[in-house]
Design a protein around this ligand. Structure first.
Ligand code: AMP
Ligand code: MG
Length: 492
């Protein structure tokens, strides 16, 4: 019996300079921590086979499956604003691509599977904590309906990795609609390799924007397409309180998926300036800065595409600027329409933006929990007697009362029943998010006690973020003061 992966690899067929051919480094004693069975099935893989000893060896990088063409992808990137001409997959290996049951091509990549020619000083490995963290948060994002890479499996390698202390080594099997980043374009642009940029752009168009292939100016429309998806993604992040933490250009996917979960975090109390990442000392990637940074990253992408826009440099720059100029409007539209939905508004009226902003300002002032406040507001929309649950979250309840009077007046303009409004609100205001203190507790149990029950339970709760789950009501609660996690780490 062999585990069958229906690979159809296209990236590995690109010219040699796009990647390095390298196999995963075999590990001592692989053990499966988690297989995402529903995702495996959607990829056309047999979950039972993946759980077999042979399947686990593949997921841990001890055995290369038939049809795989393992490569480490080349890319560059701006890290915290500074350009690094060569980064690349230093601890990840793309096994290959499969076309899923929806007809979408997906990369299957092992992260933490050993050194590659791009490893620089790194060991090419990953520790169990960050692997569990990425598994939890990426799957939570998917359940929240936010474009993201997925997690197919987590395995333990049976070897330790040295960080500040020795930690259990692990491999994450990541699934993405591709791993092509803004930094992939930068890799070729910084080498003056115009042909490479064109090959890459054509690959991205056929893979992610196939409807553009026949456009009059396909490379301009490609930039428009990436901008539209990134504007939408940044809005969605803000609407659920997500902070990516390392929005470097090498961590910005041209497919518009959230990628590279490192020191990411969700807001507990609402604070636009919130930063959790221990390496983000200047707050470059603070919560409310994310749309600006997305535009900065897209500007770097536009620079890479200039040579494809026009032979006349000035003309190319003008064209790029005109396209980039659409980002703020696209972001604001997506963000404001999301806020209206969070407030239960079905139509769009003058004054809605101020209504939403005043609520956010009051939350910031009161340090009200972002997720809980909107969830409770959904109940209050159904029944004003539940206002009290929202008021309690504000240090000065009068601010809420005054605001709620305006909100109710505004809702009175619309025909929807309170029950309809509340159910629409509950479909966009999650009860359950992957709170930092919960993730920490899961990691401590797994790393410290080899106990994965808390990991499983958290995954179960987060798989239905918009549904009340009475047995797990505690998971909706913000951390108590002594449980608050103020710093997250990239774990490389
Ligand atoms: P990240 O911060 O995970 O986005 O990684 C930034 C760069 O560092 C990428 O080129 C990674 O491949 C590389 N990298 C991170 N951790 C390691 C590691 N343990 N070994 C080798 N390369 C690494
Ligand atoms: Mg990265």
């Amino acid at each position: 019996m062999t585990v069958h992966f229906p690979f159809q690899n296209t990236y590995a067929a690109l010219p040699e300079g796009f990647f390095a051919r390298v196999a995963p480094t075999p590990v001592a004693a692989p053990r499966l921590v988690k297989l995402n069975r529903p995702l495996a099935a959607r990829l056309g893989l047999d979950p039972d086979m993946l759980e077999s000893p042979e399947g686990v060896e593949i997921l841990a990088g001890k055995r290369v499956p038939n049809g795989a063409d393992p490569i480490a992808m080349a890319y560059a990137g701006h890290q915290f604003g500074y350009f690094v001409p060569q980064l690349g997959d230093g601890r990840a290996i793309l096994l290959g691509e499969v076309v899923d049951l929806d007809g979408v091509r997906r990369d299957i990549q092992l992260k933490g599977s050993g050194p590659t020619p791009f490893s620089r000083q790194g060991d090419g490995r990953a520790a169990l904590g960050p692997v569990l963290r990425e598994y939890i948060v990426s799957e939570a994002m998917a359940a929240l309906g936010i474009p993201t890479t997925r997690s197919l499996a987590a395995t333990i390698t049976g070897e330790s990795v040295m960080r500040e202390t020795a930690l259990p080594g692990a491999v994450l099997t990541r699934v993405a609609s591709s791993h092509i980043r803004v930094g992939t374009f930068q890799y070729f642009a910084s080498r003056g390799d115009t042909e490479g940029i064109k090959r890459l752009a054509d690959h991205v168009i056929s893979r992610h924007y196939p409807h553009l292939a026949d456009a009059e100016h396909p490379y301009h429309t490609l930039l428009e397409g990436v901008i539209a998806r990134q504007a939408d993604l940044a809005a969605r992040w803000l609407l659920v309180g997500f902070i990516h933490g390392v929005m470097n250009t090498d961590n910005t996917s041209v497919s518009g998926e959230t990628i590279d979960y490192g020191p990411c975090a969700f807001l507990d109390h609402y604070d636009p300036a919130a930063v959790f990442s221990s390496i983000d000392e200047q707050g470059r990637y603070a919560y409310a800065n994310q749309p600006r940074i997305a535009l900065w990253n897209l500007t770097r992408l536009a620079e890479c595409l200039l040579s494809l826009f026009s032979d006349d440099k000035d003309q190319a720059v003008d064209q790029a600027q005109a396209i980039l100029g659409d980002f703020p409007g696209k972001f604001t539209d997506a963000y404001q329409s999301g806020l209206r939905q969070k407030l239960g508004l079905f139509s769009r009226r003058d004054g809605d933006e101020a209504l939403a902003q005043d609520f956010l300002d009051a939350m910031a002032k009161a340090k009200a929990d972002f997720t809980l406040t909107f969830r409770r507001l959904s109940d209050a929309a159904e029944d004003a007697s539940r206002d009290n649950n929202v008021r309690q979250l504000f240090a000065d309840p009068l601010t809420y009362d005054e605001w709620a009077a305006r909100w109710r007046q505004r809702m009175g303009d619309e025909a929807q029943t309170p029950a309809e409004r509340a159910s629409a609100m509950r479909a966009v205001n999650p009860a359950y998010i992957p709170r930092n203190h919960r993730i920490e507790a899961v990691i401590q149990a797994a790393v410290g006690r080899d106990d994965f029950a808390p990991f499983e339970e958290l995954l179960t709760v987060l798989s239905k973020p918009y549904e009340e789950q009475p047995p797990f009501a505690d998971y909706a609660a913000p951390p108590k003061p002594d449980q608050r996690v103020l710093r997250t780490f990239c774990g490389t």
